[in-house]
Design a protein around this ligand. Structure first.
Ligand code: VG1
Ligand code: CO
Length: 558
């Protein structure tokens, strides 16, 4: 096979956001658009590109097959030696991270727009992960972006075709050298990793006991986790067949929004309310997010989920083998885990939103468990958040202490107090008023007279203790991430945070994060929405958000 050089044109806006490049499918379908981005990812690998091995896969959404075909043709033309590709293009984001690390690859390309809807009228996305298995850090994504702004041509082998539906190795001769494509089973490597972390026999006893099995309902939302869930929960752990639903990955997720929260996983919530299950879980399109529910759809806030896992890591063999290093959360995530860190005498890191910021800490051996309020939970077993891992971790705790999910949460609040948390998302707003709102708010809160100001709502008074635009200095490489969200911290520990999302495919999404802390045992079992109402009102008042974007209600509340 011989490569040709195709003359291209540049496209604006090929800037990877919080987690990869996300745009409408139609944008990716434009002539040269996807090709440009793939070429720039490869060029950004630098001297290691020639002869390297990469893994490729994704959540199976619309346009993934076309994108994989483009990747094969461009990778071969650019001197890549080998591609590992998930069968039919299916690999979850955590599985890609696992495979990069296990086989010491140079990186991986993930075809997904995560929790964004899929199909011809919806979104597609491309994430690039580096050799530690984690999302490319800012330095790499900036290099890629800069390359996209000046790309003139790309190398491609137009007639190099490969059937990705059959497992096996195929070799091609490209410019006198071997180019290898290995189609791999989507689940094997990930399953093996999970078996090395958890006690599968114990979990099997829990789920398939003939005396009193623990009844779980796992909803893959027609995303990538289906095949993983079937293998792990049905084949390996012998859970009854009705324990899993929506396990066939579909190009459009069956028309749903593959985002595991109370709004988009409403069918799971409904079934749990009506039927006798002890536990429910759902994942997003690419399998890195998770939602945990107890019987009758009792909701575990993601921020509490990490804190509870942190407290109980000794139930998991992986953490029995090596001592727990530090803990971490993203800045907007509620501080429940901070309390556990203090009590266990572990260091707690607060990083900007996005999993890439945890990677350096893990690589340096400083971090074992971390999470985000956005339904992301994970550990240093890989360098991505991991939905199925989170469920297995919860089940491991239950296998040891035999309490209900609700009881586990309640006992946790009793011991540490409760961090009430809610996030208001205003999706798809106009960009200009949204950035204006953020700019004016930043000026207001960073003005020296803002500290000490008191705000009152519903007879509750909140006094500002600190307010800034969050900035993070990576303790390992000293790189600085600026503009990571406006935060207002009150003297009673309550917090209000405003951020513009970095994962939308068009327009702007404003997120308002609201958190307060209650330690009194009589106040820990209340409705978060009600408890946080006064603070929500103050947030809306300080930011004047509603008048800037002309909305009275958020699109989603999580
Ligand atoms: C969102 C979440 C963030 C998460 C990111 C990627 O980013 O808030 O916590 O890491 O999505 O998740 P943003 O910039 O829209 O707030 V995923 O499941 O897309 O890989
Ligand atoms: Co995701």
């Amino acid at each position: 096979f011989k490569s040709i050089l195709v003359t291209s044109r540049t496209y604006e806006g090929q800037k990877p956001g919080t987690s990869g490049l996300r745009k409408a499918v139609k944008v990716f379908q434009q002539e040269h658009y996807t090709q440009n981005f793939i070429q720039c990812i490869l060029t950004a690998i630098g001297p290691k590109l020639k002869g390297c091995t990469l893994v490729v896969g994704g959540d199976g959404r619309f346009y993934a097959k076309e994108a994989i075909d483009i990747i094969i043709k461009i990778a071969a033309a650019n001197g890549v030696r080998k591609l590992l590709i998930g069968q039919n293009g299916i690999l979850s984001t955590p599985a890609v991270s696992c495979i990069i690390r296990k086989y010491k690859l140079n990186g991986g390309i993930i075809l997904t727009a995560s929790h964004n809807p899929g199909g011809p009228e919806n979104d597609f996305g491309i994430k690039f992960n580096t050799e530690n298995g984690g999302p490319a850090p800012d330095t790499v994504t900036n290099t890629i972006y800069n390359l996209t702004k000046k790309i003139k041509n790309y190398s491609i082998i137009p007639n190099l075709e490969c059937n990705i539906s059959e497992i096996g190795i195929r070799t091609f001769e490209v410019h006198g050298s071997e180019f290898i494509i290995e189609i791999i089973d989507s689940v094997n490597d990930y399953l093996e990793l999970m078996k090395s972390i958890f006690d599968f026999q114990k979990l099997k006893n829990l789920l398939s006991s003939n005396i009193k099995p623990f009844r779980v309902l796992i909803n893959s939302m027609h995303g990538v986790t289906g095949p993983y869930v079937k293998r792990i929960f049905i084949d390996e752990l012998n859970a009854p067949l009705n324990s899993v639903v929506n396990t066939t990955p579909l190009v459009d997720f069956g028309g749903g929004h593959p985002d595991p929260n109370l709004t988009y996983a409403a069918d799971l919530v409904q079934t749990l309310k009506n039927e006798n299950y002890d536990f429910g879980a759902a994942f997003d399109g690419d399998g890195d997010r998770n939602m945990i529910l107890g019987a009758k759809a009792f909701f575990v806030t993601p921020s509490d989920s990490i804190a509870i896992l942190a407290e109980n890591l000794n139930s998991i063999p992986y953490f029995q083998k090596s001592a727990v290093k530090g803990l971490a959360r993203s800045m907007p995530t509620a501080a429940s885990i901070d309390k556990v860190a203090t009590s266990l005498n572990l260091k707690l890191f607060e990083v900007p939103t996005g999993w890439k910021y945890f990677g350096n800490l893990m690589d340096a051996g400083l971090l074992s468990l971390c999470g985000e309020e956005s339904f992301g939970t994970g550990s240093d077993h890989i360098r991505e958040k991991d939905g199925i891992w989170a469920v297995l971790a919860w089940l491991s705790i239950i296998a040891v202490n035999s309490k209900s999910i609700e009881q586990i949460c309640f006992d946790h609040w009793l011991k540490y107090g409760r961090h009430y948390f809610v996030r208001y998302d205003y999706e798809n707003c106009e960009s200009e008023p949204s950035t204006k709102m953020m700019k004016v708010l930043e000026e207001k809160i960073t003005n020296s007279d803002f500290i000490g100001q008191k705000f009152e709502s519903d007879n509750e008074v909140f006094e500002v203790k600190l307010a800034d635009n969050f900035q993070y200095v990576d303790p390992i490489d000293k790189s600085i991430a600026k503009n990571q969200g406006l935060r207002i911290i009150f003297t009673n520990g309550a917090r209000l945070i405003f951020r513009l999302s970095g994962t939308g495919s068009s327009g702007a999404t404003i997120r308002m994060y609201v958190e307060s802390y209650e330690s009194s045992p009589t106040k820990i079992n209340l409705d978060a929405q009600l408890v946080l109402q006064p603070l929500i009102q103050i947030g809306l008042e300080i930011s004047k958000l509603q008048s800037y974007i002309k909305r009275t209600e958020p699109t989603v509340i999580t």
